[in-house]
Design a protein around this ligand. Sequence first.
Ligand code: TXA
Ligand code: MG
Length: 344
Amino acid sequence: MTVKTQSNTDQLDQAQRSRICAAAAILNNGGIVAFPTETVYGLGADATNPAAVRKIYAIKQRPISHPLILHIGSRAHLEHWSQDIPETAWILAERFWPGPLTLILQKSRYVPDCVTGGQDTVGIRVPAHATALALLDAMHAEKAIAAPSANLYGRISPTTSAHVQAALAGKVDMILDGGPCQIGLESTIVRADHRTVSILRPGGVSVTEIESALNRPVSLAYNNPEQAARVSGSLPAHYAPSTPLRLHTKAEIGEQALGLARQHFQIAVVTWSEFDPLSLSAPGIRHIAMPPDPVAYGKQLYAALHQCDQIGFDFILMETPPQKPAWLAIADRLQRASHAHHKT
Ligand code: TXA
Ligand code: MG
């Protein structure tokens, strides 16, 4: 993982530092700030201020039973916000923080109920982004930012400040720009207790990396319906563009696109493998070639979907991703995005 180098706050220039100070003041006063992380942009409030936290749910139109992630500045703060921390959690925090890993742990009495949706557990992570870390540092003592992704409920997460602007302009007190997100997919959510370690959402840290850090297999719990109520990202219809999205294999995608184009639909065809451009050239079809590497693909995925929404295609046809561990988070998001439109 290379994200650790992105968390060096020394690289921030003076102008960015003063924007960060302004953002910290807004948070300290109960306001809402959209801010960059290495995964996606977050919609942040001071985690200790219930009135501020409730504004997030209203802005996002998210059910109040869906908990938010606490963003903290270093793993030294972990014991303030959680308790009864198992050894496995310390190993993962040591190995992957700052970085795209959220740990679900027993909450401490300092975490307000509105952050956790009334649950006795809390999701915590240290983001690997210089602006996010400097923002946490500039806030008042025992700092934590409660934040979901800065999109409307059920929609695709933003990976640039322009995406946040498009969805939430006028609804937040400030949008702090930190450039395009390095990872581009949400954090991996891991629940760790003294008996088990399970993955609740695949994300920026791969399952293989987690298993090798712990030197043991972990269970995959993200298609478990019981979990769905607690992890909104595990509802089948989540992370969806507004344009209907369909998944097709390499063998069938060309035929499908040509069939729809003949019916005068405007189609985006998004592929990752080698394609003869001629096989996809027809009026009404735009071919978007994504990188064949899962890290580069993950970084561009949401931006590509946002762009498709903006252009206003009738359908997005996506090539099914490879069934390999490194593509798990991408496959998960695409599955959910396509599912959203099966019902409508
Ligand atoms: O990369 C990320 O995780 C981004 C950035 C902004 O940090 N955040 C993000 O937040 O994706 P959000 O709210 O869109 O997704 C967080 C997920 C939700 O599905 C939520 O239900 C789950 O984390 N979650 C939070 N606390 C939990 C808990 N105590 N138990 C189970 N799931 C929890
Ligand atoms: Mg989200």
